[in-house]
Design a protein around this ligand. Structure first.
Ligand code: GLA
Length: 414
C-alpha cells in the first residue's frame, strides 16, 4: 500500500469505523535517505539528503475538546491523551511522538486542538529511513492545519527534533526532521547543519536511487549512537571548538596522534565524510559515475573501519549490491548498526539490479531483503489531491494550505 489508490480508501474506512465520520484533513510527511554524510549533522557539518516517496499519512478530524485519539494502521494500536496533561508514556511507545510534538508546540505558544486520527506509514518502521521524524512532522502538520497557523518548515523541523530529543529521549541531530519538513520534490538537499540552510541538488539523468533494507535489528543503535556523539564531542573539546565542523582536516592531521585512538578515528571519519558530501553533490549533479562509485566506497570503508557502524548484514547487502547489474555505488544509510543501504543504479537496470540483490542477499544471510527504488518528494504538508484520488480530491481541506480559510481552525484551541 505505497501510494496505491487503495491507501486513502483504507484509511478512510478505518476512520469511519472508529469515529463514525469522515476525516476532514489529510496530512503527510516523508521519510528520508542520506546520499552522503553519515553522522555529520550533529557535528554541524553538511549532509546530502533525499526526501523519499515513502511517507506517513494522518487523516484527521477536529474534536470539540482537548483530547487526541489516534489509531495506527501499521501497528493496529490506539492512543488517547489530553492536550492539557501531556505525560510521557513509559518506554519507546509510539504515542510519545505525538505527545512530544504536542508538548513542544504548546510550549512554543501554538494553539492546539484535539482531534481524531488514523495514521498509516509506508516508511518501514525502525528501518533507518526516519519513520519517527515522518510521524512527528506529519503530527505537527495536523496541529498546524487544525489550529489555523503556519510554521516555517525549518522552525517546524527544529521543534520536531526537540520533541524527539527532549520528550521521546533520542538525542538525534536535525537531519531527519529537516528533510521531512523542508524536502523539495524532484531534488536532493545539500543541508548545512551549522546555519540550517539547504541548496537543492538536481541529480543528473541516468541515476536511480535504490534503498536496500537489510531487515536486521538495530538494537544497539541508541547506545552506540550516543557513544559516537560523545567521541566527537570529546574531539571538538580537544580542539577548543563547539563542533568538529570548525576543525579543518589539515589541523586535525597535525594533532591526530595526541588524541585517544577511538576519538581520533571518529573525528577522522567525520571530517573526511564532510568533504565527501560536497564532492558527492558535484558528482551527482554532473552524473560522474566514476566519482560516485569512489566516494561511496570511501564512505562505506570509513563507516566500517573508523566510525564502526557497519554490521555483517550491511556487509552482505553491500556485497550483493556491488555484484548486481547496473550498480554505480553503494553505501550505508542513516545511523548504521543495521537498517538500510543506499545504491546508485543505472535506471535501465533497476529491475535486474533489485532481482540480483534480492537473490544475493538472501544467499548470504537467509533473509529476504526489501528493495525500494525511490524518488524525491516534497516535505510535510497536506496530502495532494492527486494522491488522494477522485473519491477525495474535491474535499475543501485538500485544496487549502495550513490555515487556508477552509473553516477548520478549532474553536476550542488554546
Ligand atoms: C539518525 C539520526 C540523524 C543522523 C543520522 C546519521 O538518523 O536521527 O540525526 O545523525 O542518524 O547521519
Amino acid at each position: 500500500m505505497n501510494g496505491q489508490p487503495e491507501r486513502p480508501a483504507r484509511i478512510a474506512a478505518a476512520f469511519r469505523s472508529r469515529f463514525g465520520a469522515e476525516p476532514l484533513v489529510w496530512c503527510r510527511a516523508p521519510g528520508r535517505v542520506d546520499l552522503m554524510g553519515s553522522h555529520t549533522d550533529y557535528n554541524l557539518g553538511c549532509v546530502l539528503t533525499l526526501p523519499i516517496d515513502r511517507d506517513t499519512w494522518i487523516a484527521a478530524r477536529p474534536r470539540p475538546d482537548r483530547i487526541v485519539q489516534a489509531h495506527s494502521l501499521n501497528l493496529d494500536a490506539d492512543t488517547r491523551f489530553d492536550l492539557d496533561a501531556l505525560a510521557r508514556a513509559p518506554g519507546r511507545a509510539w504515542c510519545n511522538y505525538l505527545r512530544g510534538v504536542a508538548s513542544v508546540l504548546r510550549a512554543d505558544g501554538q494553539s492546539l486542538c484535539g482531534f481524531d486520527a488514523v495514521l498509516h506509514s509506508t516508511v518501514p518502521l525502525g528501518g533507518g529511513l526516519s519513520s519517527s521524524a515522518a510521524l512527528e512532522c506529519a503530527t505537527a502538520t495536523v496541529f498546524e492545519t487544525l489550529g489555523g497557523w503556519s510554521l516555517d518548515p525549518v522552525r517546524k523541523a527544529r521543534l520536531c527534533q526537540q520533541a524527539e530529543n527532549e520528550f521521546v529521549g533520542v538525542n538525534c541531530g536535525i537531519l531527519d526532521q529537516y528533510t521531512a519538513c523542508a524536502g523539495r520534490a524532484g531534488c536532493a538537499l545539500l543541508l548545512d547543519c551549522r546555519d540550517l540552510s539547504a541548496q537543492p541538488v538536481q541529480l543528473a539523468r541516468g541515476l536511480q536511487v535504490v534503498i536496500g533494507d537489510t531487515r536486521s535489528k538495530r538494537e544497539l543503535a541508541g547506545s552506540e549512537y550516543g557513544q559516537r556523539r560523545a567521541h566527537c564531542e570529546a574531539g571538538a573539546r580537544q580542539f577548543g571548538v563547539k563542533a568538529l565542523r570548525e576543525v579543518s582536516l589539515d589541523r586535525f592531521r597535525q594533532h591526530e596522534s595526541a588524541l585517544p585512538a577511538d576519538v581520533a578515528k571518529r573525528c577522522r571519519f567525520i571530517l573526511e565524510e564532510d568533504e565527501r558530501v560536497l564532492r558527492m553533490a558535484e558528482a551527482l549533479t554532473r552524473g560522474d559515475t566514476e566519482a560516485i562509485g569512489r566516494l561511496c566506497t570511501a564512505s562505506f570503508d570509513g563507516a566500517r573501519r573508523l566510525y564502526e557502524i557497519t554490521t555483517p548484514a550491511m556487509h552482505a547487502m553491500r556485497d550483493a549490491m556491488l555484484q548486481a547489474p547496473g550498480v554505480l555505488g553503494a553505501r550505508q544509510a542513516g545511523a548504521g548498526f543495521g537498517g538500510c543501504l543506499v545504491a546508485f543504479v543505472d535506471p535501465g537496470a533497476v529491475d535486474a539490479f533489485t532481482a540480483a540483490v534480492r537473490r544475493g542477499y538472501q544467499d548470504r544471510t537467509g533473509t529476504v531483503p526489501e528493495l525500494y527504488p525511490v524518488h524525491a518528494v516534497a516535505g510535510a504538508g497536506r496530502v495532494d489531491g492527486a494522491m488522494l484520488g477522485s473519491g477525495w480530491s474535491s474535499r475543501p481541506s485538500v485544496e487549502a494550505g495550513p490555515g487556508g480559510g477552509d473553516g477548520l481552525p478549532c474553536q476550542t484551541a488554546t
